[in-house]
Design a protein around this ligand. Structure first.
Ligand SMILES: Nc1ncnc2c1ncn2[C@@H]1O[C@H](COP(=O)(O)OP(=O)(O)OP(=O)(O)O)[C@@H](O)[C@H]1O
Ligand SMILES: [Mg+2]
Length: 169
C-alpha cells in the first residue's frame, strides 16, 4: 500500500508574492522549532490549510474504562499503530452513582469508583477504528463499563522536532 514515491519532491512550483507575504511566512518559519526552509514552510502551511479546509482536524478520544481492562486496551491500540497515549487513574461515577445495586426508594449514597482515563489524539480518519477497538476491548456488558468522548483538536506540536499536526502525533 505504501508508495515510496508519494512524498518525492520533483515538481517545481513557481511562486510570486509580496514582500509582506514573504515576511509573514518568514515570521511563521522562525517560530518553528526546526526553522524549516522557505519552501518547506510554504509546503507545511499549504498542508495545514488543506486539512483545515476539509475539516480534517485531529480528534481527542477520551475513554474512561475499568482499570483491569487497561492493559488489553493499550496493547490492542499499539497493534493498530497508535504511538502514544496518556493514562490517568481517576475516580468517578455514572448513573448508578457508584453503587452496584439500586434499592428503590432507598436514599442514595454516592460513591466514586476507580477508573482509568485514557486520552489519545488521533488523525480524524482513525477515530472509528480506535473507538470500535476500545469499546470492544473494554466491554464486559455490566454497568460501569465506562464512556468514550470525542472532541476536536486544533493543533499539535512535537516539542523536540517542531513537527506539527498529524506529523506530531
Ligand atoms: N457524563 C459524564 N461525564 C464525565 N465522566 C463520566 C460521565 N458519565 C460517566 N463518567 C465517567 O465514566 C465512569 C463510568 O461510567 P458508567 O459506565 O458507570 O456510566 P453510566 O452512564 O452509569 O453507564 P452504565 O449504566 O453502563 O453504568 C464514571 O465512573 C465516570 O468516571
Ligand atoms: Mg454506571
Amino acid at each position: 500500500m505504501y508508495n515510496k514515491n508519494m512524498n518525492k519532491q520533483d515538481q517545481r512550483i513557481q511562486l510570486v508574492a509580496s514582500s509582506e507575504f514573504r515576511q509573514e511566512v518568514d515570521k511563521w518559519r522562525r517560530n518553528q522549532t526546526d526553522i524549516p526552509s522557505h519552501s518547506e514552510s510554504i509546503r507545511r502551511l499549504v498542508k495545514i490549510a488543506l486539512r483545515l479546509e476539509k475539516g480534517e482536524t485531529m480528534k481527542m478520544i477520551t475513554a474512561i474504562i475499568r482499570p483491569h481492562k487497561y492493559n488489553d486496551v493499550r496493547d490492542s491500540l499499539i497493534t493498530i499503530g497508535i504511538e502514544g497515549l496518556s493514562a490517568t487513574e481517576i475516580k468517578g461515577f455514572g448513573r448508578q452513582r457508584g453503587q452496584t445495586e439500586i434499592y428503590r426508594g432507598a436514599e442514595y449514597k454516592t460513591t466514586e469508583v476507580p477508573k482509568i482515563k485514557i486520552e489519545l489524539v488521533v488523525p480524524t480518519e482513525k477515530v472509528e477504528e480506535v473507538v470500535d477497538l476500545i469499546s470492544k476491548t473494554s466491554e464486559t456488558g455490566k454497568v460501569g463499563d465506562g464512556k468514550i468522548f470525542i472532541t476536536d483538536v486544533d493543533r499539535a506540536i512535537r516539542i523536540r522536532t517542531g513537527e506539527t499536526q498529524e506529523d506530531a502525533l
